[in-house]
Design a protein around this ligand. Structure first.
Ligand code: GDP
Length: 183
């Protein structure tokens, strides 16, 4: 009988998006089940890991955070190297964070240079949907979905790291999507 540990797959996931959209908070919520209102509570750690099982596949998700260097070209090659999935995050209340997504997408394609850019697993998360009960929303769900569709049916989730809304669902999809990467 095969030992299950030998079947474990390590999946590297990177998060990209403007500073302040909630990337660290989403990871903290999912990996450590906690939320901190303080800005940039995590300093230093390059990545967080979480083990999970998808169907019969044991998976270690290695989720890479940017620790505040979200300016184009300031993330080193090691950040992008060997990524199995790239997750874009914007803040649904901040139009600029949505408008930056295309630049982040281009930056990823340039830096990570996946063999088949169309087949590479991407996801989009629209975070902070709790703010003002949605009244301060600046980007509609429809607009976000159109952006995803124009880039080859990227899965889209609306999340709140603060209220723990849709975070587990999004990460499960991240893991499943990353598993499809053959590179
Ligand atoms: P990052 O720079 O993208 O990693 O963003 P952070 O995770 O550091 O979050 C920036 C700020 O937004 C912090 O003050 C967080 O507490 C706050 N924040 C993150 N996610 C949410 C959310 O879902 N709802 C609300 N209301 N605030 C959030």
């Amino acid at each position: 009988m095969e030992v299950s540990a030998t079947k474990r797959r390590l999946l590297k996931v990177i998060f990209l998006g403007d500073s302040g959209v909630g990337k660290t908070s989403l990871m903290n919520r999912y990996v450590y089940k906690k939320f901190n209102l303080q800005y940039k509570a995590t300093i230093g750690a390059d990545f967080m890991t979480k083990e999970l099982k998808i169907d019969d596949q044991l998976v270690t998700l290695q989720v890479w955070d940017t620790a505040g260097q979200e300016r184009f070209q300031s993330l080193g090659a090691a950040f992008y190297r060997g990524a199995d999935c790239c997750v874009f995050v914007y803040d649904v209340n901040v139009a600029k964070s949505f408008e930056s997504l295309s630049s982040w997408h281009e930056e990823f394609l340039k830096q990570a240079a996946p063999a088949d850019p169309k087949a590479f697993p991407f996801l989009l998360l629209g975070n902070k949907i709790d703010v003002d009960n949605g009244r301060s929303r600046a980007v509609s769900e429809k607009r976000a979905r159109q952006w995803c569709d124009s880039r080859g049916n990227m899965p889209y989730f609306e999340t709140s790291a603060k209220e723990d809304y849709n975070v587990n669902e999004a990460f499960l999809c991240i893991a499943k999507t990353a598993l499809t990467n053959e590179e």
